[in-house]
Ligand binder design. Structure first.
Ligand code: FE2
Length: 185
């Protein structure tokens, strides 16, 4: 079963060494549960990607030093489903930061599916605090800029990615509004 495996894997990798990151991904996964209407039959894939999206922060898994790629390499090495691997590689507009880090050709080994699940994963990550609490996209971006400071590459990245991230969030909100599942419940 995908979900128990995803939670066990994320907990094993993150909880002992990065407990705050483990709290964050649990919050992101909780948010994913609220968005099932936006992703049709793919709610389990979304939630699995949500709980695993930051495994690449685990120091033992560092390979490129860029956590979306390191997470994807790790997940591929343990035979995770390929869509899950690619969703993790591209989470929250990672392609833009990969370009800034000279890792574009490396991240392009993993196709970005550009789907409703992918948009919803970005939504979940960008509306959850580092401690796993719900927040707004605006507050989350402001917190990232403040945490890293004006000179950091991550601040430049989030500034550049804001439009793409906001568009993914808006598409997800629209899918929630349009969902027959939501309207019938
Ligand atoms: Fe995250």
């Amino acid at each position: 079963m995908l979900l128990p495996w995803a939670y066990e894997t994320a907990e094993r990798v993150l909880a002992p060494v990065l407990p705050r990151r483990w709290a964050h991904v649990q919050g992101v996964a909780s948010k994913a549960q609220t968005l099932s209407a936006a992703v049709g039959d793919e709610a389990a894939l979304l939630e699995a990607a949500a709980v695993l999206h930051d495994v690449g922060y685990a120091p033992d898994l560092s390979r490129t030093g860029f956590h979306p790629l390191d997470g994807a390499y790790f997940l591929r090495s343990i035979d995770a489903p390929e869509r899950l691997v690619c969703l993790v590689a591209h989470h929250s507009c990672a392609i833009r930061e990969a370009r800034m880090r000279g890792l574009e050709s490396e991240i392009n080994q993993f196709p970005d599916e550009g789907s409703a699940v992918r948009d919803a994963l970005w939504f979940c990550d960008l509306t959850t605090t580092p401690d796993g609490e719900p927040t707004t996209f605006t507050e989350r971006v402001a917190e990232i800029k403040e945490r890293y400071g004006p000179a950091d590459l991550v601040t430049a990245f989030i500034t550049e990615a804001e439009g793409d991230l906001g568009a993914a969030i808006a598409r997800t909100e629209q899918r929630m509004v349009n969902s027959p599942k939501r309207q019938s419940t």
